[in-house]
Design a protein around this ligand. Structure first.
Ligand code: NAP
Length: 384
């Protein structure tokens, strides 16, 4: 495993980190398959991954309550002696903070759930311009000072899906150790983007990347036009490897978090990480990637990262899945297989035809997508 410094902290983090938002489950998202998830973590740690990222709501059915991810990690580390091998990162659910005492309440609850007395990297989760003022009034930056000095937290950071301007304002507002941004070869000019990445690095922040495979879209269901480019490239790599190598090619990035659900995915990404050296892609390889970018950018209609912030939909629609099927149908020349999957995989209530246009999803969407219009498009393509 290769390691890079997490900004000015100087801590050496593995270039591949484990995102614990997509662990294997037993049918329902809130029921982690403990046996297989433990095997994944055992293998990840054995192979030198030392950065695990979770958050209060991960593997829960709603963003307003604690999910199963932190609890699972707490149990995992209480059953072995490996807590000291890793940097544990989790996040304060900023959208749930109503009054000042809530900050301590959630942190203390998270420490209990994780069965640890210190969180290595504690992030303000999903900062948005519209709640930043409220958090400031609550005294969130003073809270960060206090949790560092009382030792409950070692380093502090934030994650955000908001625009570059706001991202820079947040970077300037505190002595952060790191930040987490969405970055992949299709998303260089949205959210913090390349400009935000460089800005943060210039201020000494470490950068953890989330959604490097755009939630899996860049690794699976590859459109034929893209597959054709990969197949004719001078170097043969799997799509996920191309996407990850693109990020590791950038020295600004400290660690790339992938949400690996199966052992095969973990093994493949670990293998890719062996060559994750800055500036290691040749100009010819970068040109191949530019070609692929153009093809994708022309085909994707819903730039959904499957973060799930739009869920649960009051009408029961599985919005991320509907949008994913829409993209697949648009990207593939023959969409009959996608159509049958749409009907096979989604229950009646989960399909786009149930949309009542309440608009809640659009307010919550981290990518600011026009979800109501997109669901109409899904209905048009699939008939329901
Ligand atoms: N702070 C925030 O607001 C925020 C938001 C999002 C994510 N995050 C963090 O960032 C982490 C990474 O984001 P992400 O989970 O979206 O990562 P990602 O790597 O973009 O997507 C993960 C998905 O990609 C697929 N995948 C991974 N490796 C693969 C391979 N080698 N071949 C084929 N498919 C592969 C899997 O899809 P399938 O499951 O479909 O097989 C997996 O669930 C999260 O787990 C979470 O810890 C933070």
């Amino acid at each position: 495993m290769l390691y890079r410094k997490m900004g000015k902290t100087g801590e050496k983090v593995s270039i591949l980190g484990m995102g614990c938002m997509r662990l294997p489950t037993l049918g329902s998202y809130d029921r982690i398959d403990g046996v297989n998830a433990s095997k994944l973590l055992d293998h990840a740690l054995d192979r030198g991954i030392n950065y695990l990222d979770t958050a209060y709501p991960y593997h829960g059915l709603s963003n307003s309550e604690g999910g199963a991810s932190e609890v699972f990690l707490g149990e995992y580390f209480s059953e072995n002696d490996r807590r000291d091998e890793i940097y544990l990162s989790t996040k304060l659910p900023t959208w749930l903070l109503k009054e000042e005492k809530d900050m301590d309440k959630y942190l203390d609850e998270q420490l209990k759930r994780l069965k640890t007395d210190q969180i290595d990297f504690y992030l303000l989760h999903s900062l948005k311009e519209k709640n930043w003022f409220h958090l400031d009034i609550l005294g969130i930056l003073e809270f960060l000072d206090s949790v560092r000095s009382d030792g409950r937290v070692k380093y502090v950071g934030f994650s955000s899906h908001d625009e570059t301007g706001f991202f820079k304002e947040v970077v300037d507002s505190y002595k952060w150790d790191m930040c987490m941004i969405q970055y992949n070869y299709l998303d260089e000019n949205i959210q913090a983007g390349k400009e935000g990445l460089r800005y943060a690095v210039d201020q000494g922040l470490g950068v953890a990347v989330m959604e490097p495979l755009k939630g899996g879209v860049l690794a699976q269901h590859i459109p034929p036009a893209v597959k054709n480019i990969w197949d004719n490239s001078p170097v043969q790599r799997k799509p996920a490897e191309w996407a990850l190598r693109y990020l590791w090619n950038m020295p600004e990035i400290s660690t790339v978090l992938s949400g690996m659900t199966t052992l095969d995915q973990l093994v493949e990404n670990l293998q890719s990480a062996e060559d994750g050296i800055p500036h290691s892609l040749t100009s010819e390889e970068r040109e191949v990637m530019e070609e692929v970018k153009t093809v994708y950018q022309d085909k994707i209609v819903a730039e959904c990262s499957r973060c799930g912030y739009c869920m649960p939909c009051p009408s029961g629609i599985n919005i991320p899945h509907c949008l994913s099927y829409l993209n697949q149908a648009k990207m593939l020349e023959d969409d009959s297989e996608v159509k049958s999957q749409y009907y096979f995989m989604l229950k009646d209530t989960e399909r786009a035809g149930n949309c009542l246009e309440c608009g809640l999803c659009q307010e919550l969407c981290s990518q600011k997508l026009p979800i109501m219009e997109l669901l109409k498009n899904v209905k048009k393509v699939f008939g329901n």
